[in-house]
Structure formats: C-alpha cells, structure tokens
Write a protein that binds this ligand. Structure first.
Ligand code: ATP
Length: 341
C-alpha cells in the first residue's frame, strides 16, 4: 500500500465522486488550534459553552456555570476548555442543516473506539462538545492526526501534505446485519465480508445470493473505474428495500480490517483463483462461530485488559474473590442489623 492510496481514501476525495450513493455529509476544514487542542492529551476538558449557538437561546452567563471539567489523573492540571467561537458556530450550523444529529469523522476514521464514553454509548452528536469528547478519547482519531501513513510501503518518500477536515454525516440508524465490506483488486470485486462478524444474522444465510448480486450490481454500475485507484476496499449498507448505499472507502492493505478474510488470502491471488463467478462471500453462518467484538478492549482501560489476560490474571481473580467475600460479609452484618420486617 502506497501513501498515495491513503491520500485517495480521504473522505473529501471520494465523497464528491460518489455523493449520490452515500449518506448526506458536510466537510469543514479543521483549524490548526482545534487540531492542537485535540492532540493535547494532558487534559481532557469539555466545555458546554457551545450550546449558546444552538437554536434555543441560552444566555452565556448560565452557560459558564454549566462548564464541565474532567481531569484524567490527579496530577494533571485542569485548564479551562479553549473556546473556538467561529468554528463552533460553523459546526452547529452544519449539524442543524443535517437534521440535528450527526456521525462525526476525521479524514479517514470515526471515533468508534470511544463510543463507550458517550452518554448513550452512541456516536450520534448534537454539538461540538460531544464531538470533542469522542475525538479526544479515541485512539483512531489520534492515529489519523499523527500517523496516517503507518504501514505504507514507500516510507522513504516524503509524507504528502494533509489538510485536516471535520466530516459530519447525517445520522442514520444502520442495522449492523445490513453492512458489508467489499475488497477490490485491479478493479475487480474479489471478496465480500459481513461487516459485523461477531453476530449470526439469519437473513444473510437466507438471502446470500440476492445480497451478493445486489452488491455486485452496485459495484459495476457506480463504483468500478470511478475511483482513482484500482485496489481499494469499500463498505456498503443494504437497506430494508434491498437498495445498496456506499458507507466508506478504505485503503487496500493491512491498516484496513480484513474481517472474515486474511490479507494473505486477499493479496496472494488465492481468492481470485477459487472464484468461478462473482466475488467470494463470507458471513458468520451459525451461532457457534460468533466471535467477541474487536472493540471490546476499548471499553475498559488498557491496564485492566492486560491485567486480565496476562499472568496477573490470577491476582485479579484473587482480588475479585476477596472483594466479593468482603461484600458478602458486610451484607451479612447489614442483615443482622436490619432483620426483615
Ligand atoms: N451516518 C451514519 N449514521 C449512523 N451510523 C453510521 C453512519 N455512518 C457510519 N455509521 C456506523 O459507523 C460504522 C463505522 O463507520 P465508518 O466506516 O465511516 O468508520 P471508520 O472509522 O472509517 O471505520 P473503518 O476504519 O472500519 O472503516 C459503520 O459501520 C456504521 O455502522
């Protein structure tokens, strides 16, 4: 995978080409001071002050009282959240124009690893402060900002200049069973994988042929030969009426999750030689093969994950047992103090 391919997979490159076939979105250039704020990991501060640009008029004095300040450890100095009045009002205007709820992204990634921090565990945002909270908590966003060309084969060539952008996509309730990832090599659709392979969806098993056919049609009518590269990965959504929509475009290489295929299979030509007609199609075909979600490890602190999987797991189990027995003891004491009426 070359740096040029990564550049071509930026939202602002593919969106104008495929606008008619994807979810309505708006792109705003990200000012440098906002980028600096997102990268400043010493302090996690969230200001509620952007509410004053929402349709309802609130006076700014009461907003100041609403400011929430979070600090990730006791030694970190908590500073007041910087304000970006001009950017904030542009973002709020865009959110309102998209119906009041958006799915936010940077040039390539969404903060999928941070949805646990959001109030309703959703990536739906109604204000810039909600977007900031997700972005500042996401390793995927930091990756976009700091190492977009990781794993590219042409490491010796200078990095292309990137203009960072905030992408706001109209919020749409997508059913995970309708999402598929499609792999294109030399402008040929070689493989399709169920996107959420952690679940078994009966309808995929039943409609295997129709799904495969609909995606192949969509590819040949709207995608094939229209993208600047001949190798790429695209994600689609098949809605309840059987209509196919483009969701995202990714580079053909290891930075992109190959889901139910391996990159070895996809690049070695093995998949292509097995094909009689149409792409290889893989999905989770029984409850037995259901796998844990790949984002699970992002829901609890990394140290805790390491602790529970390494040698220290036994210490953790002992600790949990101890806590449980202490809890039981105190419950017994409480029971003695407060006998049932
Ligand atoms: N407009 C939207 N409204 C609601 N949910 C969305 C929207 N767009 C995408 N999603 C959901 O978020 C998921 C991730 O979206 P997307 O592919 O754009 O993010 P990403 O960070 O580029 O992911 P990846 O790196 O795996 O390609 C999608 O699979 C879909 O379930």
């Amino acid at each position: 995978m070359k740096k040029e391919q990564v550049v071509n997979c930026q939202f602002s490159v593919w969106y104008p080409i495929f606008k008619k076939h994807t979810i309505k979105s708006l792109i705003l250039p990200l000012p440098q001071n906002v980028i600096d704020y997102l990268l400043d990991d010493g302090t996690l501060v969230v200001s509620g002050s952007d509410h004053n640009t929402q349709q309802t008029n609130t006076n700014s004095d009461s907003d100041a009282e609403e400011d929430i300040q979070w600090s990730d450890d006791e030694t970190t100095t908590t500073v007041t959240a910087p304000e970006f009045p001009e950017f904030t009002s542009k973002v709020q205007e865009a959110i309102n124009a998209l119906g009041g709820g958006v799915f936010p992204k940077l040039n390539w990634s969404a903060p999928r690893d941070a949805n646990w921090i959001a109030l309703n565990s959703s990536l739906q945002c109604c204000s810039l402060s909600e977007i900031f909270l997700l972005f500042k908590s996401s390793d995927f966003i930091t990756h976009d900002l700091t190492q977009p060309f990781l794993k590219c084969s042409d490491q010796d060539s200078p990095d292309p200049v990137i203009n960072y952008e905030l992408v706001l996509r109209k919020w749409s309730e997508l059913i995970p069973g309708g999402e598929f990832r499609c792999f294109v090599k030399e402008n040929k659709l070689i493989a399709i994988s169920q996107r959420d392979y952690t679940q078994y969806y009966q309808h995929i098993l039943k409609q295997e042929e129709q799904i495969c056919h609909a995606i192949h049609e969509f590819f040949s009518q709207h995608i094939q030969y229209n993208f600047p590269d001949e190798d790429f990965v695209f994600d689609v959504y098949r809605d309840s009426q059987g209509r196919v929509w483009l969701i995202d475009l990714n580079a053909f290489g290891e930075v992109t999750d190959s889901l139910l295929f391996s990159w070895e299979e996809l690049t070695s030509g093995g998949i292509i030689s097995q094909q009689q007609e149409g792409p290889a199609f893989r999905y989770t075909n029984s409850e037995v093969t259901v796998q844990p979600s790949p984002c699970l490890s992002y829901r609890i602190p990394r140290d805790f994950v390491d602790l529970s999987t390494g040698e220290d797991a036994y210490k953790l189990i002992d600790f949990l047992k101890l806590t449980k027995s202490q809890q039981e003891e105190s419950e017994d004491e409480e029971e003695e103090e407060n006998p049932p009426q």
